[in-house]
Ligand binder design. Structure first.
Ligand code: TRP
Length: 356
């Protein structure tokens, strides 16, 4: 793999099953990304342990996540697919970065505040300082606010900077974290000397934006409380069909993509992303038909599209040897680059080089 290509890094937490939104939104881009970039895909297990979890499940989910990505078409021969904890340097770099990260910056992170609020911790303005204090009253019994949760964005910055990535594909919910990463890279560069590239957000050229089936104004999400909102790539055909048949549609019976028809638009969008037919072509083919016909056809299309993905997944998840070989190669490549960057960072930060 040529080192001259710009580096793209993307990471996913090993939580749950990918949605058809992940599949249709990301997958189409991977193929083109692989042509133009040197790609690193990390499964970030060390991020997953910032919230309560079960060890056996984490292990299972991490491997499942790897298998899902491959089943969805991420080609491990052409990209570096690795597990975060397999590569030395992520936590090391996070420590160095934490030493130039104001606590206040971390306490102001929207996701931190949301996760803290879920545990019952409320933010209060600190007196005379711009750091925020967390009121412990109201916290759930036995809940504690772990520093790992606060450090989460620093570890994420380390993931990115450890590969000196040029670009990072991030959704809106991760933009603030990427901003912090850019700040930290700049701060490191100006405190020591030019070391890191400043990573840019990567905006994919195309990629469908799939919405919730139950609330089509919101994006389809892995973690929706209403399971009927989300089509998972590993859902059985009858489950996919049931969810699609109960998708929310709009008033009026016409099958047309329009702003005041978010439900129908979303179904057409799913169809179009899979079948490749344009919305206009689909509208034409549904003239005189009803919402039930649309849902039925979308279900057929989705089920057919996921069938090979599910078959591939079933094979992969049985084939531990193959998964291990992919992960070994991926971590090997990632480690090479990571050691280079980490060595440079240590030197710039004034650490004595390890005797050879
Ligand atoms: N925080 C990201 C998410 O929840 C996952 C993540 C961790 C990540 N490290 C990253 C994403 C580095 C991009 C780059 O989606």
């Amino acid at each position: 793999m040529s080192e001259e290509k710009p580096v793209i890094l993307t990471c996913a937490q090993p939580t749950g099953v990918l949605t058809i939104g992940n599949y249709l939104g990301a997958i189409k881009n991977w193929a083109t990304m692989l042509d133009d970039y040197n790609c690193y895909f990390g499964v970030v297990d060390l991020h997953a342990i910032t919230v309560k979890y079960t060890p056996a499940e984490l292990r299972k989910n991490t491997l499942s996540c790897v298998a899902q990505y491959i089943a969805c078409g991420l080609d491990p021969e052409r990209s570096n697919l690795f597990i975060q904890s397999h590569v030395v340097g992520h936590t090391e770099l996070a420590w160095l970065l934490s030493c130039i990260t104001p606590i206040g910056d971390l306490q102001r992170m929207t996701q931190f505040k949301e996760k803290a609020a879920k545990l019952g911790f409320k933010v209060a303005e600190g007196e005379g300082s711009n750091e925020l204090k967390f009121a412990h009253q109201g916290a759930r019994a036995g809940a504690s606010l772990n520093s790992g949760l606060l450090m989460y964005p620093v570890l994420m910055a380390a993931d990115i900077l450890l590969y000196n990535a040029d670009a990072v594909p991030v959704g809106n919910d991760q933009r603030q974290h990427l901003e912090l990463c850019r700040d930290l890279a700049q701060r490191f560069n100006s405190t020591y000397s030019e070391t890191f590239k400043i990573p840019e957000p990567f905006i994919p050229k195309s990629g469908a934006r799939i919405m919730s089936l139950q609330d089509p104004e919101r994006k389809m999400s892995k973690s929706d409380d209403n399971q009927n909102s989300t089509l998972y790539i590993l859902d059985k055909p009858d489950v996919l069909r049931k969810k699609l048949m109960s998708a929310v549609t709009d008033s009026g019976g016409e099958i047309k993509a329009a702003e005041d028809k978010p439900g129908v638009s979303n179904l057409l969008q799913i169809h179009s992303a899979i079948s490749g037919s344009s919305t206009a072509e689909l509208e034409a083919s549904f003239v005189g038909k009803g919402y039930g016909d649309l849902k039925k056809e979308v279900a057929d299309v989705v089920i057919a599209a996921l069938e090979p993905v599910q078959a591939r997944y079933a094979e992969l998840i049985q084939d531990k040897k193959y998964l291990e070989s992919v992960l070994k190669a991926g971590a090997g490549e990632a480690q090479k680059r990571a050691y280079k960057v980490l060595g440079k960072v240590y030197r710039k930060a004034g650490l004595v080089e390890r005797p050879r």
